[in-house]
Write a protein that binds this ligand. Structure first.
Ligand code: MN3
Length: 274
């Protein structure tokens, strides 16, 4: 009798246990199904990876990297006297050691109190000047532009430069401007027409085409979405010691030192914009 009651109780407990087990087994797939539905929900967060345009811009300061901050004066890649075919040693020295150095120092001074700006590149500041506090915006524009423009300028000249363009750019120049001579004429006339101080550039525009543009002061072509392939400095400080007021003569002679190898490299990178 006692053992019979125990057996019944035993069955009863096992029965309850099985019911609980059954319910818990059914419950698990329900809770497990929740993470599965959140996985596809995570995909939309991957879509914004195609970020705004600036991120798609290839490096500008050099082919491999952007100009980091705090800014640093890059050494001349040749002796100051190496470009005598176009620019005298004293002009090169003053231009690099004083003028470019001043842009670097002024830029660093302006962003000294802004760690968030120091974490960005010079290019990123120039592409989005509105993100720079208004009280230092003009200083960053002038000196950040000055730093970037001159960094490019030293690289696209060489003691072994000059002559006819080589590489892929030669063909593209012919296709776009008719001939190298036609291109040179247009480039020089844009440089001559720039009133006051500024630059003349060969850029790749957002449509992917070669274009000659001129910028005032130290404005960089990247401020307009253009990629600077090569540029000549038409500030008086770039030529006045040797050429005085004869800017046209300086523009003509400058072609004797153009580093076509570097221009080709920059042109190739400029086409990689997506
Ligand atoms: Mn200059």
């Amino acid at each position: 009798m006692n053992s019979f009651l125990r057996k019944i109780l035993g069955f009863f407990i096992v029965g309850i246990g099985m019911v609980i087990l059954l319910f818990s087994c059914q419950a698990t797939p329900v809770t497990q199904s929740q993470p599965t539905t959140t996985t596809p929900a995570a995909t939309p967060t991957e879509t914004p990876t195609t970020t705004p345009t600036p991120a798609n811009f290839p490096p500008v300061a050099s082919v491999n990297s952007e100009a980091t901050l705090p800014a640093q004066l890059p050494p001349l890649p040749y002796a100051a006297s190496a470009l005598e075919k176009a620019i005298d040693a004293q002009t090169m020295q003053l231009h690099h050691d004083r003028h470019h150095a001043a842009y670097v120092n002024n830029l660093n001074e302006a962003i000294k109190q802004s760690p968030d700006l120091q974490n960005r590149s010079v290019e990123s500041l120039l592409r989005d000047l509105n993100s720079v506090p208004e009280n230092i915006r003009t200083t960053v524009r002038n000196n950040g532009g000055g730093h970037l423009n001159h960094t490019i300028f030293w690289q696209i000249m060489s003691p072994n430069g000059g002559g006819q363009p080589t590489g892929a750019i030669a063909g593209e120049i012919n296709k776009t401007f008719g001939s190298f001579e036609g291109f040179r004429k247009q480039f020089n006339s844009a440089g001559g027409d720039r009133f006051g101080s500024g630059w003349v550039w060969l850029v790749r525009n957002p449509q992917g085409q070669l274009q000659i543009v001129s910028t005032p002061n130290q404005d960089s072509p990247i401020m307009d979405g253009n990629y600077p392939i090569m540029g000549n400095d038409v500030w008086e400080h770039a030529y006045y010691l040797r050429y005085q007021n004869r800017r046209a003569e300086y523009l003509d002679n400058w072609w004797n030192v153009v580093n076509w190898e570097e221009v080709n490299r920059r042109s190739q990178v400029s086409g990689q914009r997506s």
